[in-house]
Design a protein around this ligand. Structure first.
Ligand code: ADE
Length: 245
């Protein structure tokens, strides 16, 4: 999978993504990540890429032309028209289903805005997806792009050591993940739940499922609507929600 990131801060993106699991996947050739500097496509002698917004208002806007030229240079390297994701608080909120959808692409282009945003006209021409990572405003799209690259990359076959671990985790079935424990059996007077030491796999699975349901009801009741729950599990959730009211 090939990621291209259009940004004014290529070092920030590359420094953040060249380490750990993603860095290893790049070294193995499973992923490639290229940050392209929009400033290289500035068309004036001061190398500036921003200007005042028409109609007034606070701050500066990124101009259309450098972004467009940067995109055109990238698009020439890619066979089909790529999906271009513009990171913005105005976009659809990113979630695991979207990550799975994006992971099916061969190439993904991210466009990171700065200042007060980007001239709307170039967005209309090149952007296919508007994505936000949450209801808060950041100084630029770089961190959101890095988050998306991370979430999508770990779904690419071979990136995680253990392919199974991408399957059984939070948001699968719209439930949060159950708590996990490792050695020692007692730490700070806290005992590992005995069922996990029992070797009884059916009971372990039952306990984990119940913990997932409890966690989801306590922390993310909004997910429960889409989760497939048994009658007993529904009752459990009702009890937890009633206690919280
Ligand atoms: N740029 C600034 N804030 C953002 C957010 N919450 N999500 C995506 N891009 C952004």
């Amino acid at each position: 999978m090939q990621f291209y990131i259009m940004t004014l801060f290529p070092d920030m993106v590359m420094d953040g993504l060249n380490t750990s699991i993603i860095g290893r996947a790049v070294n193995k050739g499973l992923l490639s990540i290229e940050a392209v500097n929009i400033r290289d496509y500035a068309f004036n002698k001061h190398n500036s890429v921003d200007d005042y917004p028409y109609g007034g208002g606070a701050g500066m806007l990124m101009q259309a032309e450098p972004v467009y030229q940067c995109y055109k240079a990238l698009a020439e390297k890619i066979e089909n028209r790529p999906r271009v994701v513009y990171l913005s608080p105005q976009g659809k909120t990113f979630n695991q289903t979207m990550a799975e959808e994006f992971a099916k692409e061969e190439e993904l282009v991210f466009l990171c805005g700065h200042y007060e945003g980007i001239d709307e006209r170039v967005l209309e021409e090149i952007v296919t997806d508007y994505v936000s990572i949450g209801d808060y405003v950041l100084t630029g799209g770089e961190l959101p792009a890095m988050i998306m690259v991370d979430a999508v990359s770990r779904l690419v076959p071979g990136v995680l050591h253990n392919d199974v671990s991408a399957e059984f985790e939070s948001f699968q079935d719209n439930l949060l993940e159950y708590p996990q424990y490792s050695r020692p059996e007692i730490w700070h007077d806290k005992q590992v739940p005995p069922v996990l030491l029992s070797g009884h796999h059916v009971n372990i699975e039952k306990w984990r499922r119940e913990q997932s349901v409890i966690r989801t009801a306590e922390n993310r009741p909004d997910l429960l609507e889409k989760a497939e729950l048994s009658e007993k599990e529904k009752e459990l959730c009702e009890k937890i929600l009633a206690n919280q009211r």
